[in-house]
Design a protein around this ligand. Structure first.
Ligand SMILES: NC(=O)c1ccc[n+]([C@@H]2O[C@H](COP(=O)([O-])OP(=O)(O)OC[C@H]3O[C@@H](n4cnc5c(N)ncnc54)[C@H](O)[C@@H]3O)[C@@H](O)[C@H]2O)c1
Length: 282
């Protein structure tokens, strides 16, 4: 039985906003926490416009739209972050995440589950630094979280089985498909997909194709999105971090070496859709 009723989502960026929306749409009381008030305002506008679009497409009713809005509390005060489950979706930085977990463990009780949406940081390494590692796991949503069905539920060696069960039950309640993974660099999807991005960038580095050509061809061959469009959606900073972590954790194999193009894009702050410029302009 699903015992999770109240959920806190930490980080109101690309992923946190989508995760909070889908959770609230399914009737859960949701707190969306971010340090940055401006980000919270932007997130609230984004969620409202996304819900309006769903009403226009007859996917949800006006009542459901209002209920979802009422289910979300936006806050920059960490003291509001108490719940049955906390889903962390802040910056992809181990120290920042651990610092947040420390505060969350202090204000929550021993039954609270903490799950990280990290794309690449080792769940075992994070668990090792926690006060209650048995209550910690990975819960990896995909972008856009409101649409993508897959959730990787990542078990650390210390995670209590009941925590994994609860995260799988919640995923099902959200209309998602949960796949339980062991902790390994990039888990499953990000490990396999690394080549999709890296090989595409190698083609550009070697002047063998254009960005538009690669995207058009990959899409025509059956992929939903070309690698460059997908990187713009994910965010170059996130994707570059994941590339580095997977590369380092696997012992720096040449085949997984991050591309100079990723580094240049991050340095130029051309992060993709979220900065309105990446490989394409938005
Ligand atoms: N972007 C993707 O496609 C994607 C997909 C799956 C998982 N992820 C993972 O999700 C997490 C978030 O990624 P994103 O793309 O949403 O990032 P983002 O940059 O869009 O948002 C991160 C947010 O975290 C906030 N933040 C930073 N430190 C904080 C703190 N201490 N407390 C509260 N808020 C804080 C920032 O203000 C920002 O709004 C990362 O771990 C990333 O690896 C990303």
């Amino acid at each position: 039985m699903l015992v999770i009723k109240k959920i806190v989502v930490c980080g109101a960026g690309t992923m946190g906003s989508g995760i909070a929306q889908i959770i609230a749409q399914h009737g859960f009381k949701t707190v969306l926490f971010d340090l940055n008030e401006e980000v919270l305002n932007k997130s609230s506008l984004l969620i409202k416009s996304s819900l309006q679009a769903l009403v226009l497409k007859n996917k949800i009713t006006k009542d459901e739209e209002q209920q979802t809005i009422d289910n979300i509390q936006y806050t920059s005060n960490i003291n509001n972050c108490t719940a049955h489950l906390i889903i962390e979706a802040i910056v992809e930085n181990k120290e920042a995440k651990l610092n947040l977990f420390k505060q969350l463990e202090q204000i929550n009780n021993t039954e609270t589950i903490i799950a990280s949406n990290t794309s690449s940081i080792s769940i075992n390494q994070l668990a090792a630094e926690m006060q209650r590692p048995q209550m910690f796991a990975g819960m990896h949503f995909f972008n856009p979280a409101t649409i993508m069905k897959l959730v990787e539920v990542i078990k650390a060696t210390t995670t209590n089985n009941n925590v994994i069960k609860q995260l799988c039950l919640l995923s099902t309640a959200l209309g998602k498909t949960a796949v339980i993974c062991n902790d390994a660099p990039g888990f499953i999807v990000n490990r396999v997909a690394r080549h999709y991005y890296l090989e595409a960038m190698r083609l550009i580095e070697l002047n063998l194709a254009t960005i538009e050509n690669v995207d058009t061809i990959m899409q025509a061959s059956g992929f939903k999105m070309g690698p460059f469009k997908l990187m713009d959606l994910i965010g170059m900073d996130i994707n570059y971090n994941v590339s580095n972590i997977v590369w380092n954790d696997l012992g720096k194999p040449e085949r997984l070496k991050p591309s100079i193009i990723q580094q240049q894009k991050v340095e130029a702050k051309e992060l993709g859709k979220k900065t309105r410029k990446g490989f394409y302009n938005y």
